[in-house]
Design a protein around this ligand. Structure first.
Ligand SMILES: Nc1nc2c(ncn2[C@@H]2O[C@H](COP(=O)(O)OP(=O)(O)OP(=O)(O)O)[C@@H](O)[C@H]2O)c(=O)[nH]1
Ligand SMILES: [Mg+2]
Length: 461
């Protein structure tokens, strides 16, 4: 990556706008600003109203607000300039062209400003990822989570772990290097309780992070039901559009259809599926498209955060449940029993409590997907179920598979270190564990940390 060039880019969205912001970062950022504005004096971090002129033609381009952020007190840690121009296409295009003509300037690549901020120690990798998440956040809860991570909640946690592992490692290495000096005997026994504490913390972290990962990527709610129960009608009603085809023909939906919903801050992916028929009919349907659709639906429902069992109230409820249950996806803890087509019958006649008891499910709602009846209660049930899955502790949680893999690796190394019979082997595993956690923030130099700790040890002066 070339860090010599001064880079520039349109930072606000493309297209017409009231104001567009262009960002320039690098050693030549101030000098190009001086040329384009015909002005030499800019106070740091103060807005200046200037007329921008094309340096070749001296034709005015726009009147703009410009800000100068001297290094290292800028987003990237380099000399930075922001141009706030009127967001017209011609203005933005010409300013970009003029910047291109400036010495050592080039258009920034995707993510390059943040990359430079990382290289200049302005943020760690988790904070850089949080910027991307903040920009992508579509619900308030997603934004809150991304913002906490941006402010360093994950970095602080991993930094504390790195410090603890490094401390244990330093003790062990000191023992190995200076075993003839007065360090406590049997170092392996001495550090074991600390390793065990770390193992527990990491296990809890992995366990409690599932919710945060889903909050970032979206919770999944799968609608399961026999053909014609009204699954696609429900999907369309929730999405307020005709996302799926609805018809009185059984077996209309073959593939999964997804729509996104923001439920009081929770990002929710709703998945409509192929209707489930009884196993007998499924056998008849060997290798058919319908069978594949049913298998996919069951697999997706198994992994989902919420399973909607949609039953048609105009047909035998228990029979429908038994058919659905044949595919063995049901997890009563995350299931909601949803009785549909309640516009057609007197629901008092339904023996719902008996049904719930035999299914082991404790959430139920009655709706008419077609007439939009009972939706408030149904949506509240979904919200309650999500709230129930929220971890009680407010500890920072990982949000990406990249973090999860690294923590899993660090954890397995610690477990191995704990079982090692020789301190040399345990030390090697601790080193690997340290590297794995360090790779999440990208800010760990193992040797550097050890140097720091050894300095406090006063051994072998
Ligand atoms: N009266 C009434 N009819 C409904 C309701 N919901 C769905 N229907 C009707 O039931 C039929 C089947 O609806 P769909 O939404 O296609 O059912 P599905 O479960 O997606 O069916 P498959 O895709 O074949 O598995 C259609 O004729 C709908 O209009 C409801 O709440 N009340
Ligand atoms: Mg359908």
């Amino acid at each position: 990556m070339d860090y010599e060039s001064t880079i520039y880019a349109l930072s606000s969205a493309t297209g017409k706008a009231g104001v567009s912001v262009l960002r320039v970062s690098g050693s030549e950022a101030l000098s190009s600003l001086q040329k384009i504005s015909n002005r030499s004096n800019f106070q740091p971090r103060k807005a200046h109203l200037v007329t921008l002129k094309n340096p070749h033609t001296q034709q005015p381009m726009d009147e703009a607000l410009v800000l100068y952020f001297p290094a290292p007190h800028s987003f990237t840690g380099e000399e930075c300039v922001e141009y706030h121009v009127h967001g017209g296409l011609a203005i933005v295009e010409e300013l970009l062209a003029v910047l291109q003509q400036q010495a050592h300037h080039r258009l920034a690549q995707a993510g390059e400003f943040t990359r430079r901020a990382f290289e200049n120690n302005k943020l760690d990798l988790t904070e850089a990822e949080a910027i991307a998440d903040l920009i992508d956040a579509e619900t308030s809860l997603q934004r809150d989570q991304a913002f906490a991570q941006y402010q360093g909640s994950l970095f602080d946690l991993y930094k504390a772990w790195v410090d603890e592992i490094a401390h244990i490692l330093a003790l062990m290495e000191a023992d190995l290097d200076f075993s003839d000096q007065d360090l406590p005997e049997d170092i392996l026994l001495k550090v074991k309780p600390d390793i065990c504490d770390l193992v527990t913390s990491m296990e809890q972290h992995l366990e409690q992070s599932h919710f945060a990962e889903r909050l970032r990527a979206g919770f999944e709610m799968v609608i399961m039901g026999v053909p014609n129960a009204g699954k696609s009608t429900l999907l369309n009603a929730l999405a307020w559009r005709e996302a799926a085809i609805v018809s009185p023909l059984a077996g209309t939906t073959r593939d999964m259809i997804e729509v996104d919903l923001n439920l009081k801050g929770y990002p929710l992916k709703i998945i409509d599926t192929a209707g489930i028929r009884s196993l007998e009919s499924a056998i008849e349907a060997q290798n058919s498209i319908e069978k594949i659709g049913m298998e996919r639906a069951a697999a997706r429902a198994k992994d989902a955060d919420i399973q909607i069992l949609l039953l048609d109230s105009t047909h035998d409820l228990m029979q429908q449940f038994l058919i659905l249950n044949e595919t063995q996806f049901l997890d009563p803890k995350k299931a909601i029993l949803l009785i549909n087509k309640c516009d057609k019958i007197d629901t008092k006649s339904l023996k719902i409590n008996d049904l719930l008891e035999s299914m082991g499910i404790n959430r139920v709602a009655q709706i008419s997907a077609m007439e939009r009846i009972g939706f408030d209660d149904f949506l509240q049930q979904i919200f309650d179920l999500l709230e129930q899955q929220k971890p009680t502790s407010r500890k920072p949680a990982l949000t990406r598979l990249r973090h999860r893999h690294a923590v899993e690796k660090a954890l397995s190394c610690l477990v191995r270190a704990n079982q090692a019979l020789l301190p040399e082997l345990a030390a090697e595993d601790l080193r690997l564990s340290l590297r794995a956690i360090g790779s999440i923030t990208g800010k760990v130099d193992v040797e550097d940390i050890l140097d720091k700790i050894f300095r406090d040890f006063c051994i072998g002066k």
